[in-house]
Design a protein around this ligand. Structure first.
Ligand SMILES: Nc1ncnc2c1ncn2[C@@H]1O[C@H](COP(=O)(O)OP(=O)(O)OP(=O)(O)O)[C@@H](O)[C@H]1O
Ligand SMILES: [Mg+2]
Length: 247
């Protein structure tokens, strides 16, 4: 079985004013994500989420489903701090996201791997460089970067494409590159917003298989999708959103 180079980063356990009380008790199963009575209203009055309560534990793999506009992306954006909740509390990895910015937000994001539908690769960088870039930005040494990039490529089956540019890759390969980039610093949580949205069923299933493998190493995975067939085949619990409510 393929292995990532180091252990998955555990959720932050520093004694920290932002630490949620549930995470302070080592005897409890570790809560990695918690939303309490969360509402999100955008500046133009559009409602993203209404009174959402969710708890995810370390090692969970959950799908978020729902029609277009039901609030799936909003939910993930609240978790990685791209949007702030209008009401309620959001806790991720021991951080309370209320007002979180600057260094603390950067610290939180280092512990979250994010995968988007449209890959968001840097076109003028090779596969390896796209993956290494995350580590360079975080001040990893050259040696450590070398040590991490190869296993991440191996994990997604792209060792043979490491010197290719994104435009030389298929959609599935681009998405697998973006997954390698998301996991190269071994985050305990991966958030994927419609990662299979642009892929055919075979490539979509490859992506799910990689995420399942990561989950088997203890990584918590939260993934939005419209694809009911994929959800059934993957056989993980589902959070369904309807008009901003979890139903
Ligand atoms: N930046 C924004 N400004 C204003 N309204 C927004 C913004 N982002 C999302 N919304 C609104 O919030 C609601 C939820 O949007 P969201 O993007 O979370 O839906 P979604 O479930 O991800 O949809 P899709 O499946 O199409 O991606 C929608 O009514 C949307 O129009
Ligand atoms: Mg969306």
């Amino acid at each position: 079985m393929l292995k990532l180079p180091t252990k998955i980063n555990p959720p932050s356990t520093d004694v920290n004013p932002n630490l949620h009380p549930d995470q302070a008790n080592p005897n409890q199963k570790s809560v990695i994500v918690k939303l309490e009575n969360v509402r999100k209203t955008y500046a133009n009055g559009a409602v993203g989420l209404r009174d959402v309560n969710i708890e995810l534990y370390q090692g969970d793999f959950k799908f978020i489903t729902g029609h277009s506009g039901s609030g799936k992306s909003t939910l993930l954006k609240l978790l990685y701090g791209a949007e702030q909740a209008t009401d309620g509390e959001v806790f991720v990895n021991g951080f309370n996201l209320k007002g979180l910015k600057g260094n603390k937000l950067a610290m939180l994001r280092r512990k979250i791997g994010i995968v988007f539908q449209d890959y968001k690769l840097v076109p003028k960088r090779t596969v390896s460089e796209n993956i290494a870039f995350v580590l360079m930005a975080q001040g990893y040494t050259y040696k450590e970067i070398q040590r991490r990039v190869q296993p991440a490529l191996k994990m997604v089956g792209l060792m043979h494409k490491s010197h290719c540019f994104p435009e030389e890759l298929s959609g599935g390969e681009q998405q697998r590159t973006s997954i390698a980039r998301a996991i190269v610093n071994t985050p305990p949580l991966v958030l994927a917003d419609e990662p299979t949205g642009n892929l055919d069923p075979d490539n979509a299933w490859q992506v799910i298989k990689i995420l399942k493998k990561l989950n088997s190493f203890g990584v918590t995975v939260l993934l939005t999708t419209h694809d009911e067939q994929l959800v059934r085949a993957a056989n993980h619990p589902v959070l369904h959103l309807q008009n901003g409510y979890i139903v």
